[in-house]
Ligand binder design. Structure first.
Ligand SMILES: Cc1cc2nc3c(=O)[nH]c(=O)nc-3n(C[C@H](O)[C@H](O)[C@H](O)COP(=O)(O)OP(=O)(O)OC[C@H]3O[C@@H](n4cnc5c(N)ncnc54)[C@H](O)[C@@H]3O)c2cc1C
Length: 276
């Protein structure tokens, strides 16, 4: 099917993009890397919408330090994240996640802001944002607001972002000395969306576990986190099975995804133990 759109406008600045969304009165769709949106348009979703292209807004690209936080602009591409020195030093979880996202061609165009705003339950970054205790930064007609990642991912492709808001950046706490970051996933082929995945941060002896592909959204696995804090891996795997609510589909049954989650957590526990 050919994409059908109501119009196209290239935004020069964030304020310009917000104004264009306002003029579209609920029928505006932000276009960033286009790697998910264009496929959705070709399937007939969003027909008649005004595409507001933000790809040329330079202020939304790149990374900077802000006190104890690393701020990553929404238009920072997956391929930039693989190479960025600040991300490697201060948010190694994201540096490890980026090569798992799709293929080179998609990583060269797709953006972290697009992936977070799209909120695919099988995507890596939302789970990383939860594990890192990240903050999502949004800008709209009433100014800027910050939303904890834990309050941002609300359901299947659903977030706390309002239609007239732009996700401008994600801020993550700078990694502390001795902090460990691990991400593992199971996918049918390299570059496919994961069947199941876990992103884990160990900070000051405490664990944060973000799950992807294991519910209708990225999830923080609080039962498993508490058990892992006690170094009880078997209890963590048992608790993880309760934390998650995996879907069953043509790719994998819910039972198989639950099994994969336990296998991934055991491997991650070995990764963490091996690094001590
Ligand atoms: C074959 C294939 C395999 C893929 N595999 C994976 C994978 O394994 N893991 C993974 O995470 N992703 C995967 N993706 C998706 C890819 O990572 C996309 O790049 C990403 O999901 C969206 O980023 P984008 O910049 O292309 O956003 P777009 O496609 O431009 O936009 C996606 C959605 O987010 C909205 N949006 C975009 N930017 C903003 C913003 N700044 N503020 C508010 N709303 C915004 C858009 O309006 C749209 O609804 C895959 C895609 C393909 C085609």
């Amino acid at each position: 099917m050919k994409a059908s759109i109501g119009g196209y406008a290239r935004a020069e600045t964030v304020a310009h993009a917000i104004a264009l969304l306002g003029e579209a009165d609920g029928a505006g769709r932000i276009l960033a890397g286009g790697q998910s949106l264009v496929a959705a348009l070709n399937l007939g979703a969003s027909a008649g919408d005004l595409l507001v292209d933000i790809a040329g807004i330079r202020s939304l690209r790149g990374t900077r330090l802000d006190g104890n936080r690393l701020v990553i602009g929404a238009l920072t591409r997956h391929s930039d994240i693989v190479r960025d020195a600040l991300i490697a030093e201060h948010a190694p979880l994201l540096a490890a996640a980026a090569p798992l996202v799709a293929h080179d061609a998609i990583r060269n165009r797709g953006t972290i802001g697009g992936a977070l705003a799209y909120a695919d339950p099988a995507a890596e970054y939302p789970a990383c944002a939860l594990a890192l205790g990240a903050t999502i930064i949004l800008e709209g007609p009433d100014g800027t607001r910050e939303v904890a990642a834990g309050d941002f991912f609300l359901g299947l492709f659903e977030t706390a972002r309002e239609d007239n808001e732009i996700l401008t950046a994600i801020a993550v706490p700078k990694a502390r000395r001795g902090e460990l970051h691990v991400i593992r996933e199971a996918a049918r082929r390299a570059g496919d969306y994961a069947l199941a995945g876990l992103a884990v941060v160990r900070r000051d002896g405490r664990h944060r576990i973000g799950a992807f592909g294991l519910a209708d959204r990225a999830l923080l696995c609080e039962g498993a986190m508490a058990a892992l804090d006690q170094d009880d891996v078997d209890a963590a795997i048992t608790a993880l099975a309760q934390d998650i609510d995996p879907p069953g589909d043509t790719q994998a049954s819910a039972t198989y995804r639950r099994h994969l989650a336990g296998v991934l957590l055991r491997r991650i526990a070995l990764d963490l133990g091996g690094a001590q």
